[in-house]
Write a protein that binds this ligand. Structure first.
Ligand SMILES: [Zn+2]
Length: 297
């Protein structure tokens, strides 16, 4: 395939993945990825059995899959903010790894699919293969192109490391957190049960900026945009017994249907919780947040 054609096709695929994920709430189902078609060609975006996806005719790798482990999404190296992606085992100089090396040369963008739970993937794109580390049997994957020009990535300067970590937080941790929280809540707002992924966020209970503001499901709530904003503004509070409260002043206001149905009628409602107990909101974190809400009431 001609380089310009391959490049254009990648852009088209990346745009489709973003659009589809956004519609779902930030993730794609395995079946959506396997059934992708372009023109009259089937072009699955992930491989059935391996992590590296090298479609026929592509000079370099199109996509890589990595599974998240445990409650933290700590699949990237916490030290340097780069993803250390293991060679396809068995054959370090085989075709899969060769096309990953080709991506270092061409600078072609790839898609990283983070497998959060069986069948569900958070797409992170574009990402770039920026180095080959034979002594680790791994490739280094960066979240933007600038790392291609940073020289020796095995000893990043302090500002470079800080930049990589900040980028990882925005481009990896936050999207992955949204996927896990939305899936735990079956893509429903915990307050009003609205079921449109594109209108749902993962809200932090302990704020993102605080020490306890970690991106784990028990520190999250699936909330629609309006309830998320109301929660962050202390117009809506959630008590540790999982009941929704609306600010007193707001309860007395008279306005249109959004205020009446969207906010006032939510007062006293029980939260719609994840089925799995371990995914439910941490009551201690809620209690801390509740103090802030009760304080302004
Ligand atoms: Zn809602």
């Amino acid at each position: 395939m001609d380089t310009a054609v391959e490049s254009a096709l990648r852009m088209q695929i990346i745009a489709w993945v973003h659009e589809r994920a956004e519609r779902n709430g930030g993730f794609l189902h395995r079946q959506e990825l396997l059934s992708y078609r372009t023109g009259d060609r089937d072009l699955p975006l992930i491989d059935f059995s391996r992590g590296i996806r090298n479609p026929a005719g592509f000079a370099s790798t199109l996509a890589i899959v990595q599974s998240a482990h445990g409650p933290y999404d700590d699949i990237e190296d916490p030290d340097d903010g780069l993803l250390h992606y293991a060679y396809r085992s068995g054959d370090p100089f085989g075709g899969d790894n060769r096309k990953m090396r080709a991506a270092i040369e061409t600078g072609m963008p790839l898609i990283l699919f983070r497998k959060e739970t069986p069948n569900y993937y958070t797409p992170i794109a574009p990402v770039y293969v920026v180095d080959d580390v034979p002594e680790e049997s791994a490739f280094l994957i960066a979240l933007d192109e600038s790392f291609r020009y940073m020289g020796d990535l095995r000893s990043l300067s302090e500002p470079q490391r800080a930049y990589a970590l900040r980028l990882a937080k925005q481009r990896l941790h936050q999207p992955a957190f949204r996927t896990r929280v939305l899936l735990a809540y079956e893509t429903r707002c915990a307050v009003c049960t609205l079921r449109h992924g594109s209108l749902l966020d993962a809200a932090h209970i302990a704020p993102d900026a605080s020490a306890r503001g970690i991106p784990t499901t028990p520190n999250g709530l699936a909330l629609c945009k309006i309830h998320h904003a109301a929660f962050d503004q202390n117009m809506l509070g959630i008590s540790p017994d999982y009941v929704v409260h609306i600010d007193r002043d707001l309860m007395e206001e008279i306005d249109g249907p959004m205020l009446k149905h969207g906010l006032q009628e939510m007062h006293g409602r029980a939260l719609t919780l994840p089925e799995r107990v371990e995914d439910r909101p941490d009551r201690e974190l809620l209690a801390e947040r509740w103090e802030g809400f009760a304080g302004v009431r």
